[in-house]
Every structure is written in C-alpha cells, then in structure tokens.
Design a binder for this molecule. Structure first.
Ligand code: F6P
Length: 542
C-alpha cells in the first residue's frame, strides 16, 4: 500500500538495508568529532545523537521524508489552531498554555486569553493557601494537597512535583490515581483531614476511577469534619463545569481549561495546580517559561537543527528503518523517577495507532513500547537485556550536570555509570577484547574458549543523551516540551492522529457492563469473563 511520501520512505528503507547500516562503533572510531557534529542545542539542553547509527546521508534522507510528510506544515497548523485532532474535531493548542497573551488563536477564540485568566486565578488561590487566607474549615492552615486524577490528570503533575520539590516548601503533594482503595488506605494514614486540601483533577469529570476516589475522599472529609466543612477542602481542575457543580464544588474553586488541551498535554494547565501549591508559583512559572523556550525553538528552527524534529527522525530510523520495536528511557536523576511513566502515556497513548488519518491501515510500524526507570537502578534490572538481548532497544539517557545536593562524589559515580552504559552499548566488547581480558586475568585456554561467547557484546546498541545543566523548572519544562513536540512530529511522519485515544475507551465501556455481573452475579456476555467472575465470587463468598 502506498502512503504519502512513499519515495522518501523508500529512500530511508534503502539506506537501512545497506550492510552495516546499524553499526555505531565503526562510526565513533572513524570520526573523533562525531559527538560535535551530532550534538544539537536548544533551550539550554544538549541533544547528543552521536551514539546512534545516523550518518549525514541517513539524516538527510530522514529530513527529506520530514519534508515530504510536511512536518513543518503540520507544526504550523497545530500552532495556528487548526483542528489537527481530526477524530474529535479539536485543536491541540497546549503551546498556548505557556504562551504570552495573544499568542495563539483557534476559531475565533484567543486561546491564551482564557489561559491567562486561569493562571491568574490559580496564582490567587496558591497565594491564599500559602499566605493562610485560604484555610481548612476549622481554621487550620493547609499542609497537604491530594490530587485525585488518573492518566494525564495524574502522571504529568506527579512527575513534575517530584522533580521540582525542594526542602522547605510549605505544602506536600500526594497523588491518588488507582481506584484500588489500597492506595487510598495507605495515603490516608499520612493525612490530617483538618489540614488537607483535595483537588479533583479530571478533564471530563466522568472518569470512573477518579470519581470513585473523589467520593471516597469526600466521605472521609465529611466523616472527620462534618458535611458543611467539605467545600472548604475541595477544588476541581476540569473542563466540565456542570459536573463539578453537581459534585458540590463551588464555582470559585473550579479551575478550568479548554477542550483543546489533551489530557497528556495538560500539566501546564489548571491540572498543574498541585505543582504550583507544592513547589511554588515561581517554579510553575519557570516550568512554563522553559517549555515556551522549547516551543519558540520548535516553531522557528530549521529541521536540521530542530531538536523535536531530530528526535522524531531518530525514532523513525530506529522503528521503521532498523525495526526496533521498543525504547528505554533512563533518567540518571532520582527526582525524575516518574519521567518514564509520564512519557509512556505521552508517547504510547499518542502513537499507539494502526490506521492513518484517513482511516486506512498504516503501512509501517508506529509507536514503540516505551519503558524506563532511573539509573543506576535500571542497570541492575533490565539493562542486561539491552546489552546482550536479541533485539536492540534504543535508550534515551537524561543526565543532569549539576545536582542540588553537596555530595559531589555520589554525583560523579552516577554520571560515570550513565556514560559507561552509553559507551558499553555503542562499543560492546569484541571477542578479541574478551579473550585478552580473560587471558590477563589468568584463565586457561579451555576456559577462555568456553566463556568467550558469553563475554562478547555485539555493541552497536543505539542511545541518545539529553544533558541538562541542572534540574530547574525551566530545564524540566524544556525537556517535557521537547518530547511533546517529538510526539507531534511522529504523528506527522506516520500520518496518524497523535491526539486521540479511542483504544482506551473500549475498556472503559466494558468495565461499566461487567460491574453488575461482579456485584449481583448477573450473566456476563463474554464466556471467559463469566468464568473468571464465577471464580472471584466463589472466593469472595468463601
Ligand atoms: O486514559 C484515557 C484518558 O482519557 C487519558 O487520555 C486521560 O488523561 C485520562 O483518561 C483521564 O481523563 P480525565 O482527565 O478526563 O479524568
């Protein structure tokens, strides 16, 4: 099946079929300046692509493909407020959330005007909470905020709050996502209802898990403080004002946003209120400013210097050219422990698509499986497979040059490990090197023969490295925005809609139907489901 830009696709595929197309060690050895030629900078970040098998020729072919697929046109349409989310008839204007007033329009609407109004309301609220004008019903200052939400209404703010929290902040943020009440039971032990502010974060305000948790926590507040006290402990972050009112949240306690903010792009909106409360208004403003710097770069830089386009092009090379179906994200900074989880939603909910924008089956692979953990922990769990498994798994390393602690020796160990992993993946260890090492260690010839295959690494395992000078609100904002724009670019490369998520909806609908079967034993439609419900009910009754 032919797709738009087919000749350009074929040119990339032809390069990928050439012998040695995946080799990296050879490229590194041949060119000591490779790191400089494949290093790209924007918004304070350095993107190092030198430890991939990209060559100038491959990059040129990928950029030809980007031109054929009109990446720049898609970017401009998105920024211009066009309805780039075709299946839901919506714009995707998350850039307006971090833009100065008047920057972005959709239809007749000045998108950034409503954004500014919400930011002002959020700032007033945060100042009131921090200053003690907004207190619990009994007159106590708030010390804890619980954000109840899931998916985009949880992952982004939870990741950012963990990354940017610094000692001495007056409010601790907690995130309740899973409808499994074990999560709430563990969290409630840490909370004093008199001092707890609850934010119900849900774009739709209909998500089953979030609404169930919101009811649980509202009940806890009512029981501890009395029903009349509850409104003073509640606020909502939502687009659905009718539903927030029905839930009993006063309009002045509702921080809104627009339909053109996708869930996984919403941490910059009212959904970031927990971040502003826990890390401060200055940190939240810095986060937005860093993202804006990346937006400005994305909108203006030529494709060959454009970090999001280059990162997306690298993914196309790995996924479509070389056939690598997954990617690992390894931030070497414990504060970014939830970064991979955020990217999993951002990328896999956006790019897990099997039909084109026109509804035809895609002729190539789309989004890879994304997973990750912070380094160095990841080294002791899944990195073995990435070094010696049968299918290469490209890695994104995220490094931070200057830590915010005084333990310089620990930080050197951390960075040395990250650099060593990237080097080991790319260079591997040849059989001759493995044999020489064992001979030096005094092993006899038979033992060397036996162990040589096990101790030989093929190398040529790709990685990209993103270096941040320090983990600041601005550098984190730029980093997240880089990945957001990469996702949009991949949507254009692959001719898929990165802004919808119909697949997730089916499970939601089915869960509604299965609930009565679990509760009353009424028949379930699916035989395997019915059998499992029978087992569960038997165990529950016994
Ligand atoms: O996972 C599906 C999804 O719709 C996400 O896109 C979204 O972030 C999440 O559910 C939560 O939705 P809401 O913010 O409407 O509760």
């Amino acid at each position: 099946m032919q797709q738009a830009g087919s000749a350009a696709w074929e040119a990339v595929a032809a390069l990928a079929r050439q012998p040695g197309a995946a080799s990296i060690r050879r490229l590194l050895e041949a060119d000591p300046l490779r790191a400089r030629r494949f290093g790209f900078r924007a918004a304070g970040l350095l993107l190092d692509l030198s430890r991939t098998s990209l060559t100038e020729k491959v990059l040129a072919a990928l950029l030809e493909l980007a031109a054929a697929r009109d990446l720049a046109g898609f970017r401009d349409a998105m920024a211009g407020g066009a309805l780039v989310n075709g299946t839901e008839g919506r714009a995707a204007l998350h850039m307006a959330l971090r833009a100065p007033a008047g920057g972005f329009r959709t239809g007749g609407e000045d998108a950034s005007a409503s954004v500014q109004a919400t930011l002002n309301a959020m700032a007033g609220f945060v100042r009131g909470v921090h200053g003690g004008q907004i207190r619990g019903a009994g007159g106590d200052r708030f010390t804890d905020v619980v954000n109840i939400g899931i998916g985009g209404s949880d992952l982004g703010p939870a990741m950012v709050a963990q990354a940017l929290w610094r000692p001495g902040q007056p409010i601790r943020a907690h995130y309740l996502a899973n409808v499994d009440a074990h999560a709430w039971e563990a969290l409630r032990l840490q909370l004093d209802p008199r001092r707890t502010l609850v934010l119900v974060a849900s774009k739709t305000f209909t998500t089953q898990e979030t609404m169930a948790n919101a009811q649980l926590v509202r009940g806890w507040l009512a029981q501890a403080l009395g029903p009349a006290a509850v409104p003073q402990h509640l606020a909502a972050l939502s687009t659905n004002l009718a539903a927030t009112a029905a839930f009993g949240i006063a309009p002045e306690r509702v921080f809104g946003f627009s339909e053109w903010v996708g869930g996984r792009f919403s941490l910059w909106s009212a959904v970031g209120l927990s971040v502003a409360l826990a890390c401060g208004l200055e940190a939240f403003a810095g986060l937005l400013a860093g993202a804006r710097e990346m937006d400005d770069h994305f909108l203006a830089a030529p494709p060959g210097e454009n970090l999001p386009m280059l990162l997306a092009a690298t993914e196309v090379w790995h996924v479509n050219g070389l056939g690598y179906p997954s990617r690992a994200v390894l931030p070497y900074d414990q504060r970014l422990a939830r970064f991979a989880a955020h990217l999993q939603q951002l990328e896999m909910e956006s790019l897990g698509k099997r039909v084109t924008n026109a509804g035809l089956p895609v002729a190539h692979a789309t989004g890879p499986v994304v997973f990750g953990e912070p380094g160095t922990n990841a080294q002791h769990s899944f990195l073995q497979l990435i070094h010696q498994g049968t299918t290469p798994v490209p890695v994104d390393f995220v490094l931070v040059a200057r830590p915010d602690h005084g333990h310089a020796a620990s930080h050197r160990i951390l960075l040395a490990n990250a650099l060593a992993q990237a080097e080991a993946l790319a260079r591997g260890r040849t059989e001759a090197e493995a044999r020489a090492e064992m001979a030096k260690a005094g092993l006899d010839a038979a033992e060397i023969d036996r162990l040589a295959p096990h101790r030989t690494f093929p190398g040529d395992r790709p990685s990209t490295t993103i270096l941040l000078p320090a983990l600041t609100p601005a550098s984190l904002g730029a980093l997240i925005a880089l990945y957001e724009h990469k996702v949009a670019c991949l949507g254009a490369f692959w001719d898929i809609n990165p802004f919808d998520q119909w697949g997730v909806e089916l499970g939601k609908q089915l869960a509604g139907g299965i609930l009565p079967a679990l509760e009353h034993g009424s028949p379930a439609k699916d035989a395997a489901t019915a059998a499992m419900i029978g087992e569960i009910r038997r165990l529950q009754e016994g």
